[in-house]
Ligand binder design. Structure first.
Ligand code: FPP
Length: 239
């Protein structure tokens, strides 16, 4: 059991390897996404039980729109199945659902289910589960810059007033603390346009395990490694 002060407040996960996991067994890629959804249920529960406050899952990137239509629609119907099937359990467990990304681009039924679960769980005080959907960090930063530029144009803001805190306040993650720990499964070691601004001082944890095999124990192991890290945020070690 980790001491609460060593538990990351915010964990972000790139759930990678569903397709390879399925293909390795001679199955279609979608089979991997189905098994991946089961892992989402487990990890949400484990994160809450271990005292994590925020869990952000990269469920669909802006770049994922380039996948075949069949896979894209399978992912969204899987998401709806998850939301429908989990809403009451999430609520009972005190989980609050949020989403970030270009949500307007999602199929309408998917948007409606997201809204429904967000409203149903809005007052919960436990884990905040953030789904990144049609999310890209660069375009989120661009949108924030556009909103600042519009304020400058309208005389509401002077360019000298723009600082890191103000830019951050215009990002879709403005209400979230910065991630303490990023986990990426399946051996890839890159950020893939996920939370670029927010992860300036995040600790990274990469594992070879594919997402559909990522167990509660694997999640706990990542948190144990994190607990041993020394975070200096660019400063010096204090004696
Ligand atoms: C990356 O694996 C995974 C995704 C693009 C989708 C993640 C979706 C889920 C885990 C299931 C549904 C989500 C929720 C929140 C219920 P990949 O397909 O890129 O794998 P590969 O690198 O092996 O091709």
């Amino acid at each position: 059991m980790l001491k609460q002060q060593n538990v990351p407040r915010h964990v972000a996960i790139i759930m990678d390897g569903n397709g390879r996991w399925a293909q390795r067994q001679g199955e279609a890629r979608v089979f991997g996404h189905h098994s991946g959804a089961t892992r989402v249920r487990e990890v949400v529960e484990t994160a809450g039980n271990m005292g994590v406050d925020y869990l952000t899952l990269y469920a669909f990137s802006e770049e994922n729109w380039r996948r075949p239509d069949e896979e894209v629609s399978a992912l969204f119907s899987l998401l709806i199945t998850y939301l429908k099937g989990e809403v009451e359990r999430l609520h009972e467990n005190g989980v609050r659902l949020k989403s970030i990304g270009n949500i307007d681009r999602l199929p309408v039924d998917c948007q409606e289910w997201l809204k429904h679960v967000e409203v149903r769980t809005a007052n919960n005080q436990g884990l905040t589960l953030v789904l990144a959907l049609s999310y890209g960090a660069r375009s989120d930063i661009v949108r924030a810059c556009q909103s600042l530029a519009a304020d400058v144009k309208n005389g509401l803001l002077d360019p000298s007033q723009i600082d890191e805190a103000l830019l951050h306040s215009r990002l879709s993650t403005s209400l979230l603390p910065e991630p303490d720990l990023l986990i990426r499964t399946s051996g890839e070691q890159r950020l893939s346009n996920f939370l670029l601004w927010e992860m300036a001082y995040t600790e990274f944890y990469f594992t070879q395990v594919h997402w559909p095999d990522f167990s509660k124990e694997d999640f706990a192991a990542a948190l144990s490694v994190y607990a041993e890290r020394e975070r200096r945020f660019g400063g010096l070690i204090t004696p």
